[in-house]
Design a protein around this ligand. Structure first.
Ligand code: BDR
Ligand code: CA
Length: 314
């Protein structure tokens, strides 16, 4: 089996870090690049965290890294309350200073042009980089294999405002630009990601401290368990980004529907909310697949096997 090429665009964030842990050791995919975007943490911190994750896990093949750029509009929110001031549970990792990194938008463009129609771009943060890459080179839309996006809330309420999901709320203008491209897109909204939770029991089943992946995950995940309990009264954590990664690797675990979707950019109460044309006779074109159902147990099985595989490789 030839592994599918994947670019992961991330704003780590503990749940992005878990998704990266699984992706970097998954034989079905080849992670050709990891690009950083501001969102859960600042652009600078996101770039540092991508490097921290890769250094700590030391995967067999190190992907290219693209740095986050400061967006035109300041980020309206962060997720430090959930993931810590550094996004990785205030774990105080030492990370080497990286110089001369190319920007995320450049790296995304390079990698897609190098393998036209073969790259799956998995976007797990605000869509700033994806829109930036498409703006730099509009021919990329036709060259990207597919785009899998964690974002939005359909029937579910939002998570950052009553109406909006965090990733789309942080940069609704970029989201709108991306949604209007004629690329093959799948949206993984909160409606399905909220159906998958890691429990305290799963935490106990993580690989041992003696492995790099086990040590790394055991250092960052307990922080998110504590904040999810304090903030939401949950006895577990959501794995939004990991669910989207699994959708890219195992689409058979999801039911999707073709929909016509746009993003509100200026609402007084609804900035970042998605709007779907579900009129009897829709006037908008269907522009993406939206996941509406998930085999939650199947996804958790992939997640736990993924972390075990990550740990057994070193
Ligand atoms: C999204 O926002 C962040 O909390 C997560 O990293 C995820 O990408 C969920 O709304
Ligand atoms: Ca994220």
């Amino acid at each position: 089996m030839i592994p599918r090429k994947v670019i992961l665009d991330v704003d780590p964030g503990i749940d992005d870090a878990l998704a990266l842990t699984i992706a970097l050791f998954e034989p079905r995919i080849e992670v050709v690049a990891v690009t950083a975007v501001g969102g859960s943490v600042s652009p600078e911190q996101a770039t540092r965290n991508v490097q921290t994750v890769i250094e700590n896990l030391d995967p067999p093949r190190w992907p290219r890294v693209g740095s986050a750029t400061v967006p035109e509009r300041p980020l309206p929110a962060d997720n430090c309350h959930l993931y810590g001031a550094d996004g990785l549970g205030n774990s105080d990792f030492a990370t080497s200073e990286l110089h001369h990194l190319h920007t995320a938008a450049k790296v995304i463009g390079d990698e897609i042009r190098a393998a036209p129609e073969e790259v799956t771009l998995v976007a797990l943060g605000p869509l700033t980089n994806v829109a930036g890459a498409l703006r730099r080179d509009p021919s990329l839309t036709a060259q990207v294999g597919q785009l899998v996006i964690m974002g939005g809330a359909l029937a579910e309420g939002g998570n950052v405002t009553p109406a909006a999901e965090f990733n789309l709320y942080c940069d609704p203008f970029s989201a709108r630009d991306v949604f209007r491209q004629p690329a093959t897109m799948t949206l993984i909204p909160l409606d399905v990601t909220r159906q998958v939770a890691m429990t305290f029991g799963d935490l106990d089943r993580l690989p041992p401290e003696s492995t790099k992946a086990g040590r790394f995950l055991r250092r960052i995940l307990p922080f998110a368990f504590r904040t999810h309990r304090q903030e939401y009264g949950l006895e577990g954590i959501y794995l939004h980004d990991t669910v989207a990664l699994v959708a890219a690797m195992h689409p058979e675990l999801f039911v999707t529907e073709r929909m016509a979707v746009d993003v509100e950019t200026h609402g007084e109460l609804t900035t970042g909310a998605i709007v779907c044309d579900r009129r009897r006779v829709p006037q908008w074109r269907h522009n993406m697949y939206v996941a509406t159902k998930v085999d939650a147990a199947g996804v958790m099985d992939v997640v736990l096997r993924g972390v075990t595989a990550a740990a057994s490789s070193n």
